[in-house]
Design a protein. Structure first.
Length: 366
């Protein structure tokens, strides 16, 4: 296909083979003469798709049998309110770790349903690190974490061991690295970063946690209804689930999460090494908490930043502008981004520095 290097943060790059297969299914799915977009979600063919997608999620993340795998809609943002609606109402409080923009959004919604305790925050340092040691007040309904802070470029590598139920927003690093599902009571992720196209939200939840809900919630916000109806209480996001299935098959083919994690580590190391070496750039996140999915950095001044952006866009590199609240650059290295794209970016950064270093003495000598 094209030579575009897509470093976008989300919706993001999907494997080319997945896109080709997904495109075929729009006009003639499985040789049926029908489009995947016009079949009944109750048909045996689609039931097979949703079952297979669930099975792949279970296999790839080693999800234990006492956890439900659910497909919802409304993005990760709907989970910000659905979680407290189910688990905070009628309880004293829930605890939140404030690690960035999306954690803040989750906190805002939770406050509509009960008391929110912010156990710690890295706001004072522009969310450039993950707070390490914090304590929770007694009787917290759950602790909410954001495993990867997509905008700020930090990632949690050590999850707290606690008796409190842990709920985690894994939207931007799920399937990028191995996790121990049993460390969590509920995991959620909007699909459009490492899983598939926008439109589907994955929830993995411990059955006992779901069964602990005592308050009444509307059907479309009731996790148990999704569980009891195999995620088909109403019409599910058929196409998003189908493309996610293709993407998970691709991942399994690549050797699964363990294998892709090694590639992701290499990609991130290559880019961070260049940021640290290159005198034109500077990383934004604390070394120990640097995200492998979203690499944030800045240029040494505004002029340099503009020059590099122009150069990168000429080379077909898209999606590297930092989020408006952070500025600088953000380069996303999701599963489907080939290592060649990272190599291309790193060599562009090297060449750029060479040119700039040659230019500087001329300017300063007059
Ligand atoms: C993108 C993102 C969200 C928001 O997801 P939507 O599906 O757009 O609602 C929430 N949390 C994190 C960590 C994200 O990266």
């Amino acid at each position: 296909m094209s030579k575009v290097h897509n470093f976008g943060a989300g919706p993001c790059i999907l494997p080319e083979s997945v896109l080709i297969e997904a495109a075929k299914a729009v006009t003639n799915w499985n040789g049926s003469g029908l489009s995947i977009l016009e079949i009944s979600h109750r048909s045996p063919d689609f039931e097979a798709v949703i079952t297979k997608t669930q099975t792949l999620v279970r296999e790839l993340l080693n999800v234990p049998d006492n956890y439900a795998v659910l497909f919802l809609q409304g993005g990760a943002s709907t989970q910000f309110s659905m979680i407290p609606m189910n688990f905070l109402q009628g309880k004293r409080r829930a605890s939140y770790l404030d690690t960035g923009y999306f954690a803040q959004k989750a906190i805002k919604e939770a406050r509509l349903f009960g008391e929110v305790e912010i156990v710690d925050s890295s706001r004072n340092k522009n969310y450039s690190y993950i707070p390490q040691s914090y304590e929770m007040a007694h009787g917290s309904a759950y602790l909410h974490l954001t495993s990867n802070n997509t905008i700020e470029g930090t990632e949690i590598f050590n999850f707290p061991k606690t008796s409190v139920s842990v709920v985690c927003d894994m939207s931007s690093d799920i399937f990028s690295r191995t996790i121990n599902v049993q460390d969590f009571d509920l995991i959620y992720a909007g699909a459009q970063k490492n899983l598939g196209p926008a439109g589907m939200t994955l929830v993995i939840a411990k059955n006992a946690f779901l069964d602990s809900v005592k308050c009444s919630v509307p059907s479309m916000s009731d996790y148990r209804i999704y569980r009891d109806n195999k995620s088909m209480f109403n019409t599910p996001p058929v196409y998003s689930i189908y493309v996610a299935m293709l993407n998970l098959m691709w991942l399994k083919d690549k050797g699964g999460v363990e294998a892709i994690e090694q590639v992701n580590i290499r990609k991130a190391e290559m880019l961070y090494a260049e940021i640290d070496r290159n005198t034109m750039f500077e990383g934004l996140a604390h070394h120990d908490h640097r995200s492998r999915m979203n690499v944030t950095f800045k240029a040494r001044d505004v002029e340099t930043e503009k020059e590099f952006l122009t150069l990168a866009s000429k080379e077909g590199m898209v999606g590297i502008t930092g989020y408006r609240t952070v500025g600088g650059f953000r380069v996303s290295l999701y599963n489907a981004l080939p290592i060649e794209s990272v190599t291309a970016l790193v060599s562009l950064m090297r060449d750029f520095e060479k040119v700039k270093l040659r230019a500087v003495p001329l300017v300063s000598s007059n």
